[in-house]
Each structure stands twice: as C-alpha cells, then as structure tokens.
Design a binder for this molecule. Structure first.
Ligand code: DSN
Length: 411
C-alpha cells in the first residue's frame, strides 16, 4: 500500500483481531472469498437500478453477480422476492418503512432497553422522527416477550406496522404469535432477523415466512458470517415492487457491487451443510457460557439463552456497570460491549450489563471447553474488579487464542 499511514492502522487491526477474544454478538470473521470479493475491483462500478434495468452501461457483470446473489438468497430463505442492495440493516428497515408507510403512520417495535434496535422507532432515529413510534417491553418478571401484553398494546395503538426482532434478546421469538397479533389489528408485520438469521436458515429458529410475515429484513454479517450489509425479503409481489423502488431510488443510490458479490458468496457458504454445524456450535457455546455464569451465582437475563448471545447483569453480579466491566475486560484482551438491560436505570453509555456473543469465536475455532474457560476468566476478573488481575489474565487469554490463530481468516 502506498498510504503507509492507513496500511499501518490496518496491520494494527489485524493484530487486534488476532489477539483479542471477540465477543461482540454482532461481529464475525468472514471467509477469504468474501474478503477478496469485497476488496475487489467491483468497487469501481456504478450500477444504479436492478439487473436488466440499469441506468449505466457496462453492467453485464454487475447484473450476473446480482442475479446470482438474489437466486442464492431466495433458495437459502425459501422466499420469492429479495433485494440484496441495502447497505446495512438500518437501510433495509428505512426502505421497508418507506415502502409500506406514509410519514406519521404508527409503528410498534420493541423498546431499546428491552432489546430492540435503534431503527425500530427510537426517537433519535429517522424511524422515530418520520413515523409515530410506540414500543412494547419484555416482561418485568422474566424479561421474556409477553405476547398477551403486546396484543393489548397493539389493540390500543392500532399501528400500521409491527416490528418483531431484536438486537439483544436471548430467547426465541415466536413469529406466529406476532402474526396473530398483526392480523388481529390489521397491521403489516416486519421480522427484523439481523441477529438470528444464521439460526433461521439452518432450521434452528422458526422461519418467519413459515407463519406468513409480510417482510423480513436482515444484516448479512452477524450470525450469517458474511459481507457487511442488509437484505430485504418478501413473498408478496406487490410489496416487492414497492420495496425495490424504496431501496432505489427511494433511499439509496448506486448499489455496492463488490459487497453484493460478497453477499452472493455468503449465501453459498450458508447453504453448505457445515454452516448448520457451525450454527449449532454457536448456540451450544453460548448456552455453555451462560450456564457457567448462572452456576457461579451471577445474574443472566432470562436465566439463559436460546441463541448466539446472552446478557449478564454486571451491577447485580459484580457491583460494576456495563461500562466498567467492558473497560476492565479489555485489559485481558477480551472485547465485548456494555449493553442496556430490560428496565435499565443507567444510560446507554453506562448500562447495568454486558452482552456476550459466541458467533465470532466459534468461527475462530474455540471449543465448548474454551468458552467455559473464558466464562471462568471473565467471572474472576469482574469479581476482582482489579486491572492488575485482568492484565495477568491476558496471558491465559492469549494461550486460549494461540492454538486458534490458523483458523482466523485474517490476512
Ligand atoms: N450494532 C448492532 C448490534 O451490535 O447489535 C445492531 O445494529
């Protein structure tokens, strides 16, 4: 690279990704094929529009790539119509809102503290500014979704759109119950499966299309382990036309052809039988780690997990905020994120807990025993509340990682 300033930072990031345990639930390590495609000369191409209907010449290869990506995604999800152009999960949601709603229309989504996402109606997001947003919470009793309560709220609010999906919810989501609620109040139902998509496509979580949701949005880089971006799927032809127009020209310009190539490779990889084994390991590892916290008397939201992530109440378990816990663990080369918990009294920049996800380190090759060991290390550090102990524990963390370097897809 001629730009040494940036090259050195990239090399620092390679080192960081190799030497830190990565437990952020929304991150993963892509394959070398995905990395090559997203770093390829396809980035040079403008291809506004859709295959066969572009606004520029020289798009024959862009068309081939986008058609392959679409076909593979349809197969992966058993869906009739897909859009692979959204630059991110948030962009996908914004496009769906534009396709289905008028400004000011009512939407109903999970609150941020209960585990929902910013783009589901948070006041500072365009979803909260352009639409009249209402929220549902998880139950105060067990922190799980309470479908009777959601129905009561939906009956009162009468939203035009209900959003089912989350960023930090450790339990299965019952899309059939959401569908019943949406039908009862005459609302569209959007399933945002950004976090659990890997579990859905491998049959380890209910597929929202099996219960007739209107639209599904997702990211492609979390549990799907692929190129960074968003996707939209539907089985309704009329909706698909509105969605395509809402993506382009509604809310985006030229698609990222290099990223669409990366997505195409991602979908192929996810269709392989070994992807199912990977996801089953991710779930097993998450559960093993969460159980270790519970066994040691720590407070885990919903008392466990069904998916790739779980939430620890660090205030109740260790007398530390999420921010303090995140910072302390960094000294031991463990990276995770502070996370608001249901009914959290701390602000999102402080929080009462942490979110732990196992998707990335399962890709890196950590075994169930490694994850249990990791839980022990985290508990010991947070119990000690000591930077010195955290720094000492770094050696154990590096040892745990040492055997796994060869499995990282990092160049
Ligand atoms: N930032 C993502 C996550 O960490 O869940 C959601 O957009």
């Amino acid at each position: 690279m001629n730009d040494k300033e940036i090259e050195l930072i990239i090399l620092d990031e390679v080192k960081r990704q190799k030497e830190f345990v990565q437990l952020i639930a929304s991150e993963n390590f892509v394959s070398n094929d995905v990395l090559k495609a997203t770093g390829s000369i396809l980035t040079n191409k403008y291809a506004e529009g859709y295959p066969g209907k572009r606004y520029y010449g020289g798009v024959e290869n862009a068309d081939r790539i986008e058609n392959i990506a679409r076909d593979r995604l349809k197969k992966l999800f058993n869906a009739k119509y897909v859009n692979v152009q959204p630059h991110s999960g948030t962009q996908a949601n914004i496009a769906v809102f534009q396709a289905l709603l008028e400004p000011g229309d009512k939407i109903l989504g999970m609150s941020l503290t209960s585990g929902g996402h910013l783009s589901h109606g948070f006041k500072a997001s365009s979803s909260g500014k352009n639409y009249t947003a209402f929220t549902y919470e998880v139950s105060k009793e067990n922190n799980e979704l309470d479908y009777d309560e959601i129905l009561q709220i939906a009956k009162k609010v009468k939203p035009k759109l209900i959003i089912a999906g989350a960023s930090s919810y450790p339990r299965k989501i019952d899309f059939s119950k959401f569908k019943e609620i949406a039908d009862k109040v005459g609302a569209y139902l959007l399933a945002d499966v950004a976090h659990i998509i890997g579990l859905i496509v491998t049959g380890n979580h209910q597929n929202p299309f099996d219960v007739g949701v209107d639209v599904v949005t997702s990211t492609t880089h979390k549990t799907l382990r692929g190129a960074r971006g968003g996707i939209i799927l539907t089985n309704d032809e009329e909706l698909s036309k509105k969605i395509d127009s809402a993506v382009f020209p509604g809310t985006q310009g030229g698609p990222l052809v290099h990223v669409i190539a990366g997505k195409a490779i991602t979908f192929k990889e996810a269709l392989e039988p070994e992807f199912k084994t990977y996801i089953e390991n991710v779930i097993e590892n998450s559960s093993a780690m969460a159980n270790k916290f519970i066994e040691k008397g720590k407070v885990v939201s919903t008392n466990g997990t069904d998916n790739h992530l779980f939430l620890v109440n660090t205030k109740k378990s260790f007398g530390l905020t999420g921010k303090q816990s995140e910072e302390l663990l960094w000294n031991a080369n463990i990276v995770l994120n502070k996370n608001v918990l249901p009914f959290d009294e701390e602000s999102p920049s402080i929080t009462s807990g942490i979110r732990i996800g196992t998707a990335a380190m399962t890709t890196a090759g950590l075994t169930k025993n490694d994850f249990i060991k990791l839980a022990d290390i985290i508990i010991e550090i947070l119990d000690s509340n000591s930077k010195e102990i955290a720094t000492k524990k770094k050696l154990e963390v590096l040892k745990l990682l040492g055997r796994k370097y060869e499995k990282f897809n990092i160049n």
